[in-house]
Design a protein around this ligand. Structure first.
Ligand SMILES: [Zn+2]
Length: 305
């Protein structure tokens, strides 16, 4: 069930630093899989500062886990989930507009939502004359989506016609879960049209202001991205991250825009600096965090320096 990575998925280095100070608990999903807390841990690559879980659930296990709807623990699609999915892209329209992209007025484009869940996020684009594909493993979410939305579903990119090229690729809180982010970026770089836009959104440890981000991570999450590591994956596959922002969505999330380009993002990758920032972030006292006044600290994570 578990597999141990022997090299960094971003840069290939074998030089990992164990983040023993970050103990996420309790991890209910791990307990449900009869795994102990100490069976997996978080590591930082000392060459590129990418943060990842190791060992982790194997690729085959993860894919079957999502396919049988174990992530959402059941077949029910709640009103909350529908509402949350509907606004995934809509609430980012202003950021897109600031970057010169009018998604609401887009017609005749070919679009992809990677890890689309029920497929509601880009349905408004499907209704406005765009061709929209959604990639999703979860069979029950796809079943619901086929009944309610106009997008075309595929369980993997292999099921999308090979000649399909996209004007817009969107992925929302999906890449932290996949076994290897290189699979997505390799496909996106190949399938994006020249001048097409990739919008990738992930939860990020940087700048988090409540406990929600840390509380949310468990055995189903493999990568803790920030704009540095995400741009590293993009650059590796011929994509240039031309804009990014951190914003509050329950807790801090990173929103990035990329295009096909040989240009590189030259961010600092000093792992000691990244480590110091990570520890400073996760060890903030509760009273220093926003949005939870008067709520006593929970012991859902522990920092030992
Ligand atoms: Zn690395």
């Amino acid at each position: 069930m578990l597999i141990t990575l022997d090299k960094c998925q971003l840069c290939g280095s074998k030089d990992f630093l164990g983040l023993n100070g970050i103990v996420l608990k309790p991890d209910k999903r791990k307990a449900n899989l009869n795994l102990r807390d100490e069976d997996t841990g978080w590591y930082m690559c000392q060459a590129c500062s990418f943060i990842f879980q190791n060992p982790r659930l194997s690729r085959a296990y993860i894919e079957e886990y999502y396919a049988r709807s174990d992530y959402h623990e059941g077949r029910e699609i709640s009103e909350g989930q529908i509402g949350h999915t509907l606004i995934q892209l809509a609430r980012l329209e202003l950021f897109l507009a600031m970057n010169g992209i009018n998604i609401g007025a887009t017609r005749g484009a070919t679009c992809l939502d990677y890890g689309c869940g029920i497929g509601a996020a880009l349905n408004f684009m499907a209704e406005r004359g765009n061709e929209v594909w959604g990639v999703e493993l979860d069979r029950h979410e796809v079943e619901f989506g086929r009944k309610h939305y106009k997008i075309k579903f595929a369980s993997t990119p292999d099921e999308i016609p090979k000649e399909t090229r996209f004007d817009f690729i969107f992925t929302h809180h999906c890449l932290e879960h996949v076994f290897d982010p290189n699979d997505f970026f390799a496909y996106a770089a190949r399938a994006l049209k020249p001048g097409g836009i990739l919008m990738a959104t992930v939860p990020s440890w940087r700048y988090s202001n409540t406990m929600n981000f840390i509380n949310g991570f468990d055995i189903s999450d493999n990568s803790m991205f920030d704009h540095v590591s995400l741009s590293g994956f993009m650059n590796k596959h011929g994509l240039f991250q031309f804009s990014h922002m951190y914003q509050n969505n329950d807790d801090w999330e990173l929103v990035t825009l990329a295009r096909k380009s040989p240009r590189k993002n030259y961010y600092g990758i000093n792992h000691q600096e990244t480590l110091a920032e990570l520890y400073s972030n996760v060890s903030k006292r509760h009273s220093e965090r926003l949005g939870e006044p008067g709520v006593p600290a929970r012991d859902s994570f522990i920092v030992r320096m």
